[in-house]
Write a protein that binds this ligand. Structure first.
Ligand code: DAH
Length: 343
């Protein structure tokens, strides 16, 4: 008798001390003490071994046990249902928050946004054109007729047999679209993606980005172009940046120039990026060729203008010293998350 009543008393203590903290734990409690294979069942079973006079005493103990398990179950059930929580359920409000990692802007987006901001401060408005172009907008209207050798400069992805549907090779096509549809004065920049059939390497890619600029009005001069480019270079790369123009050729501008800035990487001391010349190229520019204005039915006696085109990858390379174009398109988070600062 002593042995089994000790056992039963121990279980009673256990029931009293149990602290199921939520409904799941309460269910485990129910199974353990009141389920079909419960601890109590075994203890009840032990009753058979007792002599008659002890049975009553032991039976009372067992009833207490069962009642206390049932009471506890009901009580806790009610308290969980009322939404009352035990200490374990209450979150620690003093604990530090859990960091939610934020994405970062792509370096090309950071630089494109910065370029837009710089040009918009002097009145350039953003416009866009289609990436699938026709021959007229990408070539012919830009003074590059079918047999013009300058077409070879740009390896084109054609989309149709007759070569009249293609992926634009430059954002200069948007110049034509704007001049055809708007009346001067025009002061626009056209940021966008362009495509060329090039073998992918550290220095060339089949898709990249440009920002094109166009300013058409009466009395626009080469001096305006130079000043605009100087302003841009100094805003983008720092007040001490200088620019120089090298005579060049583009079918849609006359005269045409290639634009260099002083190497921001070595401060003109000479490095691999500027090939020890102290200067790096950032784009092409020139005065819009009157033939282009005529193609867009603009009065060449009244209007003149300048245009420029810059590669966003190139500007980004100079700002952040990224020396492999492929990194921009691989989406490696280890690369992308280095560009958190607003430029
Ligand atoms: N479209 C030229 C290219 O992709 C860049 C360019 C040069 C654009 C001179 C211009 C310009 O607007 O005036 O190589």
């Amino acid at each position: 008798m002593q042995e089994i009543s000790d056992k039963a008393n121990a279980v009673l203590e256990e029931i009293k001390a149990a602290t199921p903290a939520n409904t799941d734990e309460l269910e485990l409690f129910r199974i353990k003490y009141l389920g079909s294979k419960s601890v109590l069942k075994d203890l009840f079973g032990a009753m058979g071994q007792l002599p008659g006079e002890r049975k009553k005493e032991y039976g009372q103990l067992m009833n207490t046990l069962k009642a206390s398990a049932e009471n506890k179950l009901e009580e806790l059930k009610a308290s969980f249902e009322n939404g009352k929580q035990t200490a374990k359920d209450i979150p620690d409000l003093t604990a530090p928050g859990i960091d939610i990692p934020l994405g970062t802007r792509h370096p090309l987006s950071i630089v494109r946004n910065r370029m837009i901001e710089i040009f918009s401060r002097i009145g350039f408005v953003v416009a866009e054109g289609p990436e699938i172009e026709d021959d007229w907008h990408n070539f012919t209207a830009l003074n590059t007729p079918q047999d013009h050798p300058a077409r070879d400069m740009q390896d084109t992805f054609f989309l149709s047999e007759d070569k009249n549907q293609l992926l634009r090779t430059h954002t200069s096509s948007v110049q034509i679209r704007m001049m055809e549809s708007q009346k001067p004065p025009l002061r626009y920049i056209f940021p966008g993606r362009v495509y060329r059939n090039e073998t992918i390497s550290a220095r060339a890619h089949c898709t990249f980005h440009q920002v094109e600029g166009l300013y058409i009005d009466d009395n626009v001069s080469f001096a305006d172009l130079k000043q605009t480019m100087l302003y841009f270079a100094q805003e983008m790369f720092g007040r001490n940046t200088e620019i120089r123009f090298r005579p060049s050729f583009f079918p849609f501008t006359e005269p045409s120039a290639e634009m260099d800035i002083t190497c921001t990487i070595c401060n003109q001391k000479g490095c691999a990026v500027c090939k020890h010349t102290g200067w790096v190229e950032i784009g092409g520019c020139g005065m819009v060729d009157p033939a282009v204005l005529e193609n867009c039915k603009l009065d060449t006696k009244k209007y003149s203008g300048f245009a420029f085109g810059m590669g966003i990858e190139r500007i980004t390379m100079l700002r952040y010293q990224v020396n492999d174009l492929r990194l921009y398109f691989e989406n490696d988070v280890r690369f992308l998350k280095q560009f958190t600062s607003a430029v």
